[in-house]
Design a protein around this ligand. Structure first.
Ligand code: ZN
Ligand code: FE
Length: 255
């Protein structure tokens, strides 16, 4: 049976994310933005937490780790590179290593840039990618620790996954990301359509995630440094993709 996913708000704009395997009864939380809210959602669904998979060490992604581990005895999985910054970590994975989760597996992909230890998890066979703060819908995370070259490489790593991959990220930033994307690539028809859909979803108080990788490749400017319209906006027609990516990220910081 396919995995069941519960997506809900935590803190202000973080997503809580539970993944439930109906075959084994296991339930994983992607990050732990708020232990109490996650417990309430587990109770509502009558799911028992068995794992936490952390995407990175930031204060809004790990604060529930220790409380949830104490209450549920769950196993905490994270990146070996960031083990010293992930509270309560039990299992350390390196790039490309998979961890069994009920009838599926989660494969850790090192995607540095937002932080040096940032990772994504690819859930198979469901083809679902959890991107934390590395990739958002229509945007990407700030480069707190990585360089534009490093983060652009991480974007390319994500783009190499199957187009039908469904993406869940760490924050509901899609509406404001859409404004920035439209500013620098106003002629992109797929983007115009997605922006309209996002406005409608937000008006209805609904989440804008998940989104397919194919749609992100067509609409997310941070995956589109090859776009002639974006290159022209920045006056960077002859620049390399990492430089165009870097220029976008820099402008977004002050947008
Ligand atoms: Zn973060
Ligand atoms: Fe965050």
């Amino acid at each position: 049976m396919p995995m069941e996913i519960s997506l809900f708000r935590c803190r202000t704009d973080n997503f809580g994310l539970l993944v439930h395997d109906p075959d084994s009864g296991l339930t994983a939380s992607i990050d732990s933005p708020d232990g109490e809210t996650i417990c309430a959602e587990l109770d509502r669904l009558n799911w028992k937490l068995s794992h936490i998979f952390n995407t990175h060490h930031h204060y809004d992604h790990v604060p529930g780790n220790e409380m949830l581990k104490q209450r549920t005895g769950c196993l905490i999985v994270g990146s070996k590179k960031d083990a010293c910054r992930i509270p309560g970590i039990d299992v350390q994975l390196q790039d490309g290593e998979s961890f069994p989760f009920g009838s599926g597996t989660l494969t850790l992909l090192e995607t540095p840039g937002h932080t040096l230890g940032s990772v994504c998890y690819f859930l198979q066979p469901d083809k679902i990618l959890f991107t934390g703060d590395t990739l958002f819908s229509l945007g990407c995370g700030r480069m707190f620790e990585g360089t534009k070259e490093v983060m652009w490489q991480s974007m390319q790593k994500i783009m190499a996954l199957p187009d039908e991959t469904q993406i869940y990220c760490g924050h509901e930033y899609t509406l404001s990301n859409a404004e920035f994307a439209l500013e620098i690539e106003p002629g992109n028809r797929a983007l115009q359509k997605r922006a309209e859909e996002v406005r409608q979803l937000c008006r209805e108080g609904r989440h804008t995630l998940p989104v397919s990788l194919a749609l992100e490749k067509a609409t997310n400017p941070f995956l589109r440094p090859h776009s002639a319209e974006i290159q022209k906006y920045f006056g960077l027609e002859d620049a390399g993709e990492a430089d165009i990516f870097g220029a976008m990220r820099e402008l977004k910081n002050s947008f």
